[in-house]
Design a protein around this ligand. Structure first.
Ligand SMILES: Nc1ncnc2c1ncn2[C@@H]1O[C@H](COP(=O)(O)OP(=O)(O)OP(=O)(O)O)[C@@H](O)[C@H]1O
Length: 303
């Protein structure tokens, strides 16, 4: 693994002062080694107007190559041992990752004081922006899309945990790091915040108020329970990501199927059953035990 990176650095270092125009494609690796000139040109010399984000290690710029391909270029802000490590790990790890739900590495440049990582450009902004930022105001991310994102994210993580060799543990998944500030400046995490509602079986109070009640109650319970299982203080009790995907798909997908079937029946009989809000039957039939021996504790039901 280290050798691979070392080779990469060797291949690019000669371009420090003499960048060439074309990007090299090494056929044995699935990414490009860009020239500095090409990335400077693509990002308008890392112009502030091209800046699309800022992370712990540097700024991210939007760019377009001479062939018209859109890029996101992360420019590490300083070259020290920590930044070199971040660069090496990101290039090495992302270089091995190929999944429809995960950001792809397009390539990189390393030379002199520049460390640039090139990704596919993601035009749809972050989940955080859609949930809590400007886009949340402009266009509400509806419940079905939220559930698709949950399943898609879980699938991406399951791929990292179970399919890539060696396995990859991300350890920093976030739409943000949701912390609620309490009076006195104490912070508690989202699990501490949600647990009392779960204990009182008041799941609807956990849902994003922006949804104005337009969510599926049974699906909400399923995802909250899975989230609680994933954050169990005893790691032994936490499900694998494969189990999480299975639970989400059977819980959410099964629920969708059930709604369709019930809807068809309702359409046929003109019966006015309130199938969307009455989740009791479905909830009782969603049995995580069927899918795994390790089952999150169900809160006591009050009705
Ligand atoms: N491929 C991309 N396409 C579009 N925007 C991106 C892309 N990569 C990053 N960004 C934007 O740049 C921001 C910073 O990304 P970066 O990966 O540096 O930070 P991070 O992962 O949020 O932070 P940290 O480095 O602290 O883990 C992101 O929040 C996002 O808004």
């Amino acid at each position: 693994m280290k050798n691979m990176l070392k080779n990469c650095f060797c291949c690019t270092s000669h371009e420090d002062h003499e960048p060439t125009i074309s990007a090299h494609k090494k056929t044995d690796y699935p990414w490009n080694m860009y020239t500095l000139k090409e990335l400077v040109h693509a990002t308008n010399n890392f112009h502030n107007d091209n800046k699309i984000g800022e992370g712990g290690f540097g700024s991210v710029y939007w760019g377009r190559t001479s062939k018209g391909t859109e890029l996101a270029v992360k420019r590490l802000k300083s070259i020290n041992a920590k930044a070199e490590m971040e660069f090496a790990v990101e290039v090495e790890i992302l270089g091995r990752v190929r999944h429809k739900n995960l950001l792809g590495l397009k390539g990189f440049y390393a030379g002199g004081d520049e460390r640039l990582i090139v990704y596919d450009y993601m035009p749809n902004h972050s989940l955080l922006t859609h949930l809590h930022g400007q886009l949340a105001v402009d266009c509400l991310l509806d419940w079905p899309r939220r559930m698709s994102i949950a399943i898609g994210s879980a699938e991406g993580l399951a791929y990292l945990h179970h399919e890539v060799t060696p396995h990859i543990i991300h350890r920093d998944i976030k739409a943000s790091n949701p912390l609620e500030k309490l009076p006195g400046g104490i912070k508690r995490d989202i699990i501490q915040w949600a647990t009392p509602f779960v204990q009182k079986d008041s799941y609807e109070l956990i849902a994003d108020p922006r949804l104005k009640g337009r969510f599926d109650h049974a699906q909400l319970k399923v995802v909250v329970k899975i989230a609680l299982a994933c954050t169990d203080s005893n790691p032994e009790n936490r499900p694998s990501m494969l189990e999480v995907v299975e639970w989400l798909k059977s819980g959410i997908g099964g629920r969708r199927k059930e709604i369709r079937i019930v809807k068809d029946r309702v359409d046929e009989t003109e019966d006015e059953d309130d199938f969307c809000d009455d989740d009791t039957d479905y909830y009782e039939t969603f049995d995580m035990k069927k899918h795994s021996g390790r089952v999150p504790k169900m809160p006591s039901r009050t009705r």
